[in-house]
Design a protein around this ligand. Structure first.
Ligand code: 5GP
Ligand code: MG
Ligand code: MG
Length: 191
């Protein structure tokens, strides 16, 4: 029923098939996550560190930390596994050795969890670096059968989405479309 779907803005119609998450639904969900995280980490605040995974998490993290009412430190590190709309199967981590996470409670902020390979690699790396605790907050968790074994639990999930390639609100296709204020289903062959 058309009255219940939000139209894709004209400028993005050749890239985006449909709107999956509207700007306002994102805003209210992020506010809920912020409250939950504020409550959960209140006790740990002096040692609370947020690590954003670049590039995909940059918008989500910016919105999220502004609704967390606790002192915290923000770091960024990089993880890359996708090329276009496909996973290359290998996760490349960068800049993790510069994070100051030893003895800290770390909340990792991710854009989207698909197979979980990236999470697993990040979790192992942060433990090696001596983090006191590591939890994950992902904007989107994708419903998929292609789950890796031994993937850590994700404590905070913004939205669960179908197994389609999505873009916007930080999520890209070859570095494009990150700037969309909503999340859309990418138009084009999944190839
Ligand atoms: P995983 O290691 O869990 O298979 O993949 C996680 C990473 O793949 C995400 O952080 C993201 O960079 C990329 N990715 C997975 N699914 C999607 C998607 O639907 N859209 C976009 N733009 N990136 C995705
Ligand atoms: Mg990512
Ligand atoms: Mg990407």
């Amino acid at each position: 029923n058309d009255r219940h779907t939000t139209a894709v803005p004209e400028a993005w119609r050749s890239d985006v098939e449909s709107v999956l998450l509207t700007e306002s639904s994102i805003r209210s969900r992020v506010a809920e996550l912020g409250k939950q995280i504020s409550a959960d980490y209140a006790r740990l605040a002096p040692d609370f560190v947020v690590v954003g995974i670049l590039t995909g998490s940059f918008i989500f993290l910016a919105d999220l930390v502004r609704v967390v009412s606790l002192p915290l430190r923000v770091y960024f590190a990089r993880a890359k596994s996708y090329s276009g709309t496909r996973s290359t199967g290998t996760v490349h981590l960068q800049d993790f050795e510069r994070l100051q996470v030893r003895g800290k409670h770390v909340l990792v902020v991710e854009d989207i969890v698909d197979t979980g390979k990236t999470l697993k690699a990040i979790s192992e790396e942060l433990s090696r670096q001596g983090a006191l605790s590591v939890e994950f907050c992902t904007f989107i968790a994708k419903q998929t059968e292609r789950k890796e074994e031994g993937v850590p639990q994700v404590r905070y999930v913004g939205f669960v989405c179908p197994d389609r390639f999505v873009v916007g609100y930080g999520l890209d296709c070859d570095e494009r479309l990150r700037q969309l204020p909503f999340v859309g289903i990418y138009r084009g062959p999944r190839e």
